[in-house]
Write a protein of this length. Structure first.
Length: 214
């Protein structure tokens, strides 16, 4: 059965606002669960041959010939993960609100996994670093990320198995965000931020520096 992630982001800026959000979630949901904290390095790729990569790494993907796919490698507290996200609506596979996701923990180093992608014709788009706190809030997952370049960003996510529920699920997430007085980050601004970071990632990767793109 296919899983689809429905995700909406909000740019909250700094640690004070992140702490305020956690306090609001605790008040609104006494059953709030802290899933944990970890650090990540995420390497984004463009181009390449997905079919060739599938054979090279012996992958069983849940989608065939997606119209837009985002391929990335991830190091998360010692685990090395291959992540492929394929869009299922009219937003992008990199930052979209509805995507089908494939994740696989690989028995490789991050450098070895990166090399496999490079050998299949992929090229680096950008390298990202972040610290993540994850929560189970009501019926959804909430991740608060301290991103190099972006500052503090929160992601509200629900996973569904019926794609027909995508729009209703987006509405449910937005209702939860309104309850917490959290403003959705518009897709056009998110794409401008993403584009700027991709062009300047060497200045931000692994640092505390933040930029502001309206």
């Amino acid at each position: 059965m296919a899983n689809y992630e429905i995700e909406i982001k909000s740019l909250i800026g700094d640690k004070r606002k992140a702490d305020e959000l956690v306090s609001k979630m605790k008040l609104a949901d006494p059953g709030l669960v802290s899933v944990g904290k970890h650090k990540q390095m995420n390497h984004y790729f463009v181009g390449g041959n997905l079919a060739k990569l599938k054979v090279r790494l012996n992958l069983e993907l849940p989608f065939q010939n997606p119209k837009d796919a985002s391929v990335r490698t991830r190091w998360a507290d010692g685990r090395v993960i291959l992540v492929i996200k394929a869009t299922v609506d009219d937003t992008t596979s990199s930052n979209g609100t509805a995507r089908q996701e494939f994740e696989k923990v690989m028995n490789l180093t991050l450098e070895q996994l990166d090399k496999a992608l490079l050998d299949c014709g992929f090229e680096y788009q950008a390298k990202w670093s972040r610290e993540r706190e994850e929560y189970q809030y009501k019926n959804m997952n909430v991740s608060i990320d301290k991103n190099a370049g972006y500052g503090y960003l929160v992601e509200f996510e629900s996973v569904i198995t019926d794609l027909k529920m995508a729009e209703q699920t987006k509405t449910d997430i937005r209702d939860r965000m309104k309850e917490l007085a959290v403003e959705e980050l518009p897709q056009d601004r998110l794409e401008r931020m993403f584009d700027y970071y991709n062009k300047h990632w060497q200045d931000y990767y692994g640092t505390e520096k933040v930029f502001n793109i309206a």
